[in-house]
Ligand binder design. Structure first.
Ligand code: TRP
Length: 434
């Protein structure tokens, strides 16, 4: 068997995993759902979910990957020492989820590229018949940008772990952070900054509903790329001798993901308020409201270019991890060469994006299927597997430098709290209690 790729350094691994985590979820979804759910109170609940459910499951995924050195399906085969076991379910679901998420992720990322290109060329993307209207009425244009995005993703994934994924993240993640910091400094100078800040951080527990709590939990999952083996796959590219720093790596990834989401809120809300828009109206916030807000500010074209460039970076580094899950499966389990696998999967995903563009109900179905069903179910099975079924010697491997109570708390959370809380999202989806 050919040698599998490995991360060149621990920093490379942390940046790539943070690149997976930081995506459309942070910059588009988090600010908006925070706004409608009572600001600071929601952020607090979200942070608790990240630590109590997100961190243990992220560590479980890293552990499964690092020990088995395989894709999510192969990992279970390797750890259980059999070709077929019911636990293969979460690996298989993960590969499926990668396709489902990527089908619409790439279309939205394509919009973002279209905004970069048009802002750069000086077109007023925020005018009355702005780019968003043009895009939504022109399927061909959307398919074109989706195709460009898919091609770029396929090319980098074909380049391999070290020369493709790691190198791209080594450039794009620092780039993203710099662009975001630049926008944040600018946002503090705006008259709407105070109002934006208050909108994000005011504590209004009265506005926090049971539905809000579940959406905090669901978002913690999505934003950390958990539940479908993306982190298993990235963990599998750690050299086995290096899997003793998983805990601190995971803390770094959590920190980056959360601060980037909060900073995005501190950029978006002040801009919207300064231009006189209400930021609480959902999916249109970034592609519809924000461009109109940019148009009213001095230097709007530059702002718009920088903002959509950073959004594209974020989407791109996440897309790499989604595609990599499917590619690593095809490479490890079916013995296909990486370049061929990347090429075929990119084409399949391009085709799958076409119905997403043409039908908004197909778009929504893909979103709901992944976020409400596949990811929570996958995450629950990963927690149960690692907590109850995985060989304790393998589970403990690499944990000897970490205080024992931390290890024990981790296992306890995986066995009880994490599956119970994830089960709650899942049951709620089915029965619609709240
Ligand atoms: N975490 C990314 C975001 O916030 C999305 C994402 C990338 C993802 N890979 C994933 C979500 C794997 C779930 C599973 O936008």
């Amino acid at each position: 068997m050919k040698e599998r790729g490995h991360w060149g350094s621990r920093l490379g691994f942390v940046l790539a995993a943070a690149g997976s985590a930081v995506g459309l979820g942070n910059i588009w979804k988090f600010p908006y759902i925070t706004g409608v759910n009572g600001g600071g109170a929601f952020v607090l609940v979200y942070l608790i979910c990240v630590v109590v459910v997100g961190l243990p499951i992220m560590l479980a995924e890293f552990q499964i990957g690092a020990i088995s050195q395989r894709n999510p399906v192969g990992a279970v085969r390797e750890l259980e020492g059999k070709k077929w076991t019911p636990w293969l379910l979460f690996g298989g679901m993960g590969v499926l989820a990668a396709f489902v998420i990527m089908s619409f992720y790439s279309v939205v990322a394509g919009w973002s590229l279209a905004f970069v290109a048009n802002s750069l060329s000086g077109y007023d993307v925020g005018s009355a018949n702005g780019l968003f209207q043009t895009l939504t009425h022109n399927s061909g244009l959307q398919i074109f940008w989706h195709g460009i995005f898919m091609t770029m993703t396929g090319v980098v994934v074909a380049g391999g772990v070290n020369k493709g994924l790691e190198r791209a993240n080594d450039w794009l993640m620092p780039g993203l952070i710099l662009l975001l910091l630049g926008m944040a400094v600018y946002a503090t100078t705006l008259p709407g900054f105070g109002k934006g800040f208050a909108f994000l951080f005011h504590f209004d527990f009265g506005q926090l509903t049971p539905k809000g709590i579940l959406s905090a939990l669901g978002h913690a999952f999505f934003t950390l790329s958990l539940g479908m083996g993306a982190m298993i796959t990235y963990g599998s590219y750690l050299k086995q001798s290096e899997n003793n720093n998983l805990f601190s790596s995971a803390l770094w990834i959590l920190f980056l993901d959360t601060t980037i989401a909060l900073t995005a809120g501190l950029v978006i809300f002040p801009i919207a308020f300064t231009a006189g828009f209400e930021p609480g109206q959902g999916p249109g916030l970034i592609f519809n409201t924000l461009p109109q807000a940019f148009a009213q500010l001095p230097g709007g074209m530059l702002l718009s270019t920088v903002f959509f460039l950073l959004l594209s970076f974020a989407a791109f580094t996440s897309a790499l991890s989604l595609v990599e899950v499917a590619v690593s499966f095809v490479v490890d389990e079916l013995g296909v060469a990486r370049k061929t696998a990347a090429f075929l999967i990119a084409i399949a995903l391009f085709l799958l994006g076409i119905p997403v563009v043409l039908s908004s109900s197909f778009f929504e179905a893909m979103d709901v299927l992944s976020a409400n069903y596949l990811l929570p179910l996958g995450g629950m099975l990963i927690a149960l597997y690692t907590g109850w079924k995985m060989d304790p010697d393998k589970r403990k491997q690499g944990w000897d430098t970490i205080p024992r109570w931390v290890y024990l708390t981790w296992v306890w959370l995986l066995r009880t709290v994490a599956p119970a809380m994830v089960g709650l999202i899942f049951l709620n989806t089915i029965f619609e209690w709240v």
